[in-house]
Design a protein around this ligand. Structure first.
Ligand SMILES: *Cc1c(COP(=O)(O)O)cnc(C)c1O
Length: 504
């Protein structure tokens, strides 16, 4: 059997050749017939002998490649919050595949991989202005959803430990006793997750963890749904026999708004949570990167990110604004003891950690997975290559374009910026981070707006709903963003979509 002989350099050049053969850079969506062609070429039945490496590469390159969309390769792709992939991260990711390291157990005399992961997480803390020593439980995950699962699992363990500390000297643990028994022994009737404008993955995490989607309680203010109604929050925290996790949405995916807007607000939350033994989790999937910005220039964003260091745990995404490839998220927590209580992978002698003199923990004992991809390497390489100022520059360009789009929409006769907000143009623009939500003023255009924009194939936006009506949403998240090149393309598409609708 000839398996094909690929050396590392061949692998890299093959990957580059495949990239170059993908969609032309001015098209974000493949034409419908390209997709249909690719679908017809999909192999329907397992080949007994295999078609060989050369034929397979040809199939990927010629048949399938052109029918993927250009989500991370094109700066004109504004769907979801996809991020891109920096050149340093891209090269490193190919090394990851070539070496195929499993980063599960810390084996300091056998591989440097766990040291690299630990360094990458420490550098990441520095990037985000968190003290690495304050976050001893830190790990790369498959994404923000996984990080939210880890965060709520830690919070669940903590609030039960807090509640039971008043009743018994025994260690009461979900990890050990299971949720039902642990809650009974801790005297808890319910665990609630108190939050504002939560991402859907928080409900998913609550479901997975046996807390239930119904445990998510939106405590947003009526006049500003993304902000905490502190009176309501306090009344729920002080309910007897309840444990609480407070989840801060640090930039909500629909509007880009942040739940807190300064140190004092987070201090107030911290004070309340300390009184009632509650855990604070921050979902900062893409918002947390706001901490790289210059406070003198992006005050409203940096203030919204101030104080988040007072949380117990933090979710961040790698494959969004960090611009590393899928699948990568990260998780930070202050509570190392909680990590072991939840994630310890016990009684597997063959996986015993050789505890070195360093403090690096085996990832399999502090996170969801056992066998894991070496997803730390692209983060390490990208942080090394571009540094704090490189990441600041990428994000500034993304914010600049987002605000450029927002200005275009405010000044246009055909579209309006959401959410509606009274204020000067400057005030309205200063609230914009990397998300721009908008709709067409003419409802007959609005109902088909996102489809028409996509049909241009020049830019891609996501559809969403605002006030029970359809709306469009730009999420700018690619390191290649360049307002001079990208804004005229957006302007042209928005203008022609409106003109063509009028002409119909
Ligand atoms: C994208 C996102 C998530 C989910 O992240 P994945 O990486 O898709 O798992 C969670 N929370 C927020 C705020 C997000 O924007």
């Amino acid at each position: 059997m000839d398996y094909g002989n690929l050396k590392i350099n061949d692998l890299l050049s093959t990957a580059v050749a495949i990239l170059q053969s993908c969609l032309p850079p001015d098209r974000v969506l493949p034409a419908q017939d390209t997709i249909e062609h690719a679908r017809r070429q999909l192999v329907q039945k397992l080949s007994i002998h295999g078609i060989g490496l050369a034929e397979t590469i040809k199939h990927l390159q010629d048949d399938l490649g052109p029918a993927f969309n250009a989500s991370s390769r094109s700066p004109n792709y504004y769907g979801f919050v996809t991020g891109g992939c920096t050149p340093a991260a891209s090269i490193a990711d190919n090394y990851v595949t070539a070496y195929d390291q499993n980063v599960a157990v810390h084996l300091p005399n056998e591989t440097i991989a766990t040291d690299v992961e630990d360094r990458a997480l420490s550098l990441l803390c520095e990037l985000l202005d968190f003290q690495p020593e304050s976050w001893p439980h830190r790990i790369f995950t498959t994404g923000a959803t996984a990080s939210n699962v880890v965060g709520l699992a830690c919070g669940r363990e903590y609030v039960i430990a807090e509640a039971s500390a008043h009743r018994t000297d025994q260690e009461i643990s979900v990890g050990e006793h299971g949720l039902v028994e642990a809650m009974r022994r801790a005297g808890l009737d319910k665990i609630q997750i108190l939050t504002t404008v939560p991402h859907s993955s928080l409900s998913k995490a609550a479901s997975i963890l046996g807390l239930g989607r119904a445990s998510i309680r939106d405590v947003g203010r009526e006049d500003a749904p993304h902000k905490f109604d502190l009176k309501l929050l306090k009344s729920l925290l002080e309910q007897p026999s309840s444990g609480s996790i407070v989840a801060i949405s640090a930039s909500e995916v629909n509007t880009g708004l942040f739940a807190t807007s300064g140190l004092e607000e987070v201090q107030e939350l911290r004070k309340l949570c300390d009184i009632y033994g509650a855990w604070i989790h921050v979902d900062g999937a893409f918002g947390i990167l706001g901490r790289v910005l210059d406070p003198s220039r992006y005050t409203s964003i940096t203030e919204a990110c101030t104080g988040l260091e007072l949380a117990d745990s933090i979710t961040g995404d790698g494959h969004k604004l960090l611009n590393v490839p899928y699948d990568c998220g990260f998780f930070l927590s202050r509570h190392r003891n909680i990590a072991e209580r939840v994630f310890q992978n016990p009684n597997a002698a063959y996986l015993a950690t050789s505890n070195g003199p360093d403090s690096i923990m085996s990832p399999l004992n502090i996170g969801l997975e056992n066998s894991r991809r070496f997803r730390a390497l692209p983060v390490y390489a990208s942080l090394l290559a571009y540094g704090k100022l490189g990441y600041r520059d990428m994000l500034e360009r993304q914010i600049e374009l987002s605000r450029g789009i927002a200005r275009l929409i405010i000044e246009s006769n055909d579209y309006e910026l959401l959410p509606e907000f009274e204020g000067s143009l400057e005030e309205r623009l200063s609230r914009i981070y990397i998300i721009v939500i908008f709709r067409a003023k003419d409802e007959s255009l609005n109902s088909r707006l996102v489809a028409d924009i996509k049909a241009s194939r020049n830019i891609y936006v996501s559809g969403t709903v605002w006030d029970d009506k359809p709306a469009g949403r730009f999420a700018v998240s690619n390191w290649m963003t360049d307002i001079k090149r990208d804004l005229p393309i957006i302007e042209k598409v928005l203008r022609s979509v409106a003109e063509e609708h009028r002409a119909r």
